[in-house]
Design a protein around this ligand. Structure first.
Ligand SMILES: [Zn+2]
Length: 227
């Protein structure tokens, strides 16, 4: 049933390709290594990807999108489905480079009764039909929960998943046997603060990414009113 590719070329070549892609991500400024980072979850880690910076350089994004498209070029694709507006630039680049000239749409994430859910904007719903072949695109796959929800959604509509293409995938992630192609497959350890080896060494904690998030919350707009 899964139509995706399994066979990678020579392992060495794959390793070299991954290094190149990692280097490209570094050059966008999105990839932080050898750091001591506070994650939004409260855990600490040594590596971090700033999602918003990943697609800042159009030529890099186009190049990376073309690599994903090439990987899936031998399978017909009607629809490239971005996991959300965030991965839309990359999805566009994948669709642009795919020989089937697929359309690009995106899902939306939300909460319903405390449960995470995904849906398709009404305008897009008619584009996924029982015969449709759908390629899912995500920027970073960490838990895979959004992708799994989208896979269910697409299959409920009777359409077929060609595969999943992404920039970065944590190696431990499993997507129920789907063909996943990632430019970089890399896991990095996360630590509870009280068990973090970097804290024990006294390495200063980089809270930049978490603080920036909090700054966007409306609750922080509680400045004293001007008299
Ligand atoms: Zn730490």
């Amino acid at each position: 049933m899964s139509a995706g590719p399994r066979k990678d070329p020579v392992a060495v070549e794959a390793e070299v390709r991954e290094k190149i892609h990692l280097e490209i991500l570094k050059r966008t400024g999105a990839y932080h290594a050898n750091d001591h980072v506070l994650l939004p979850s409260g855990q600490h880690t040594t590596e971090y990807i700033e999602k918003t910076l990943v697609t800042m350089e159009p030529s890099f994004t186009e190049g990376l999108g073309a690599v994903i498209a090439k990987h899936f070029a031998q399978w017909p694709v009607d629809v490239v489905l971005s996991t959300g507006p965030g991965a839309l630039i990359l999805s566009h680049c994948v669709a642009r480079a795919h020989p089937s000239r697929p359309v690009v749409i995106y899902g939306t994430k939300g909460l319903s009764g405390g449960k995470r859910r995904v849906s398709l904007p009404v305008e897009f719903q008619r584009l996924i039909r029982p015969s449709s072949k759908v390629l899912l695109v995500e920027d970073l796959v960490s838990t895979g929960s959004t992708l799994n929800l989208l896979i269910n959604l697409v299959e409920q509509l009777g359409a077929q998943i060609v595969g999943v293409g992404c920039l970065w995938r944590r190696t431990s992630v499993e997507l129920s046997g789907r063909a996943v192609f990632s430019l970089v497959s890399r896991d990095f350890p996360t630590y509870d603060p009280d068990a973090c080896p970097l804290c024990k060494k006294g390495v200063p904690l980089n809270e930049e990414f978490v603080r920036r998030r909090h700054a966007r919350k409306p609750s922080s707009v509680q400045e004293p009113k001007a008299p």
